[in-house]
Design a protein around this ligand. Sequence first.
Ligand SMILES: [Zn+2]
Length: 79
Amino acid sequence: MHPVSSAPDVALCPACGASRVRVRAAVAAEVEVGRGPRLEEWTVMAVHLEDGGFDEGATAWCTACGWRGVVADLELALR
Ligand SMILES: [Zn+2]
């Protein structure tokens, strides 16, 4: 059983070699709002996420072994 977009099995985590790590990325969101039941309230109708990005200084961590660092520390650093 594989996820829909499976990444190649390349070691990323410098500590345990896991092929997946998490990176803290900033994502801009566009929020569609309308009037809430009370005049001073907004009601969020929809949220559209725009493409996020991260650089080598972004926080990265491994859920497999608990390693924590930055993207530049990963085995497959962004070039
Ligand atoms: Zn790890």
